[in-house]
Design a protein around this ligand. Structure first.
Ligand code: P6P
Length: 329
């Protein structure tokens, strides 16, 4: 049951919420809290940059391509740098990995206190920034295994092993959504006091809603099962909403219900979205809120990663709506 904090109720910031959550883990030493605090700080700084991007002339392409072969937006580079500056100072982080960087960055060995790995897409959907579209930062927190030598192997962990995951949505307001494995909580940035304030605890994604989110321009290249689902949805009075920014589409589904679908296409035969720092964190949020997430026939959180920038097909959202898609696949 989603509970909404009354506007006259307790004023609980993300920091104090995480500290109170941490008290549930007797052995917790505050390391994890520091990491969430660093992500929160980065989110505030990125929110500021996003809102001033056009005024400061940092929209548009960086003139380089990232490891994905996609043209980097200037703001991708700025957001990535902000996250690295905020996370690099945290003593408990061993490895960070970003969509924007070919290889993970080793900050410190397990023997030097590196207990966690942090993976992120610094600014997903950044190409919509030029037209003032909503964009987001997606993050995933894993435990570091000091016995694993390679940084890439260390972060290539199955999604079910995530310690925490979430996203920051830079829209009309700046929303911070996080799960540490005991439900999903929603915070909103109050720019006047510079804090993320708890507004909804234990979010539950509605089990059904006749809205699908897919780029129908690629329908002819979808595998038959996806096309059969779309024909079924059209015959059953479904509506369509597609922003083309994963965090924005996800947030709408988390709050209102529906299903997001990114099938394999001709240009992305393995799907477009990245497993480790897009699909896995969003899938953890969805499952923790009572929804579902699949990559083909496998639950997203059970997919064994082969490489850092691995792409996957994705179906996620309301349990009944995901079931309706899976019935056709
Ligand atoms: P398409 C943005 O580039 C992104 O990575 C996700 O945020 C979004 O869901 C998807 O790609 C949109 O892809 O092919 O529909 O433009």
């Amino acid at each position: 049951m989603t509970t909404t904090e009354p506007s006259t109720g307790n004023l609980l910031s993300l920091q104090s919420h995480i500290l109170s959550e941490e008290s549930r883990y007797p052995g917790a030493a505050g390391d994890f809290t520091w990491i969430v605090s660093a992500i929160s700080l980065a989110g505030k700084a990125i929110a500021h940059q996003v809102r001033r991007a056009r005024l400061e002339g940092v929209l548009g392409e960086q003139g380089a391509t990232n490891v994905q072969g996609e043209s980097q937006q200037r703001m991708d580079v700025i957001a990535n740098a902000i996250l690295m500056r905020c996370l690099g100072s945290r003593a408990s982080i061993a490895v960070v990995a970003s969509e924007e960087d070919d290889q993970p960055t080793i900050l410190r060995k397990g023997t030097d206190g590196g207990k966690y790995c942090v993976l992120f897409d610094p600014l997903d959907g950044s190409s919509t920034l030029d037209t003032n579209g909503a964009v987001g930062t997606i993050f995933s927190i894993l435990r570091n295994d000091p016995l694993v030598e390679s940084a890439e192997a260390t972060v290539c962990q199955v999604g079910r092993r995530q310690v925490a995951a979430g996203y920051i949505l830079y829209g009309p307001s700046t929303a911070f959504v996080i799960t540490t494995g005991a439900g999903v909580d929603l915070f909103e940035l109050d720019p006047f006091i510079g804090s993320f304030i708890l507004v909804k605890r234990s979010l539950r994604v509605p089990s059904a809603r006749k809205v699908y989110s897919v780029n129908e321009a690629y329908t002819s290249s979808f595998p038959a099962g996806y096309r059969n689902y779309l024909a079924w949805a059209h015959a059953n009075n479904y509506s369509s909403r597609y922003i083309g920014s994963l965090v924005a589409d996800t947030h709408r589904i988390l709050l209102n219900g529906g299903v997001f679908i990114y099938p394999p296409t001709v240009s992305h035969p393995d799907g477009k979205l990245r497993l480790l720092y897009e699909a896995n964190p969003i899938a953890m949020i969805m499952e923790q809120a009572g929804g579902k997430s699949f990559c083909g026939a496998t639950p997203t959180l059970d997919v064994n990663p082969r490489k850092l920038h691995q792409r996957v097909p994705l179906v996620l959202g309301s349990a009944d709506e995901v079931d309706a898609v899976m019935r056709h696949l």
